[in-house]
Design a protein around this ligand. Sequence first.
Ligand code: NDP
Length: 325
Amino acid sequence: MSSHRIQFQQTGGPDVLEYVAVDKPMPGAEEVVIENHAIGLNFIDIYFRSGLYPAELPSGLGTEGAGIVVAVGDEVTDFAEGDRVAYAQGPLGAYATHVAMPARSVIALPEAIDFETAAAGMLKGLTVQYLLRQTYAVGEDDTIVFHAAAGGVGSIACQWAKALGAHVIGTVSSPEKADIARKNGAWQLIDYTKESVPERVMDLTHGAGVPVVYDSVGRDTWADSLKCLQKRGLMVSFGNASGPVEGVNLVELNRGGSLFVTRPSLGGYADTRPRFEMMCADLFAVLESGDVQVPIGQRFDLADAGAAQTALAERRTTGSTILLP
Ligand code: NDP
């Protein structure tokens, strides 16, 4: 296979993305070269392309994929040519036919998990792992609020939270997305473009509020999310789909009844090899058990990564989106 990648020379809209022929990468001493069979599309890719998150230019893009190891650096002992692997963190550059990845960011893929599922579910699934199992340990009979419930992260979260015995109040922007989230196990859905989320949440919880809100929408939902919490509840602000949350007034946390706030990232949880392996083992177990399936709502050719990003940014996708080299 000849080698191609998506790159950008300057930040901006999807038109800054170029699909170019490149030399096949050579592995550094601690790297493996992976021939991608499927690549994951994530909102974070848009943050890098647009300049919200910094990237050294010119830059490749993407952090998630799955495929076969085709070359191994001199100091790599854990992987060999022909291994089936996946990755979700590491240097930008997953939008490519071939990628050189530090071996410490790569995990062997169980036979039961196919490449498309891995590319669609590694970054989002590991995110759900830390959100539901570590940031706040969701338990039997907890009622939780999860925004963008029909999206990539949201679809996995609805299923995993249900498997943990929790009741998910999900938010979505259309009846079609509500149906999808319901099929994924959400207990109640709120169309946050039409209804007041705090009012519905207080109704559904008999005025008590919820112990945790998972909010990846950011700017548009921040204030209402705080109003859904019970006293000493936890606001987990983990994304910026509508723009970053800025100018937070801490008095709002006092007004809500001694609230807590965290702004987590996958890199902050999967920060060591043992922690990364533990989280992957937990994710692979729920995938292999069938408790969680990764819905792939859209597939695009790698060369059409810009169109894929536009669909994601314009809220036209459901579940996960993958790029195919
Ligand atoms: P999604 O598939 O969830 O797509 C984003 C969804 O957000 C949209 O479909 C839309 O759902 C909702 N949304 C609400 N307002 C807007 C808006 N103004 N513009 C665009 N979308 C909006 O994406 P991902 O699964 O890739 O990621 C979900 C979120 O999780 C992102 O914010 C991402 O940055 C974050 N994330 C954070 C991680 C971390 O570790 N901190 C790791 C992975 C993801 P609807 O139409 O129903 O409102």
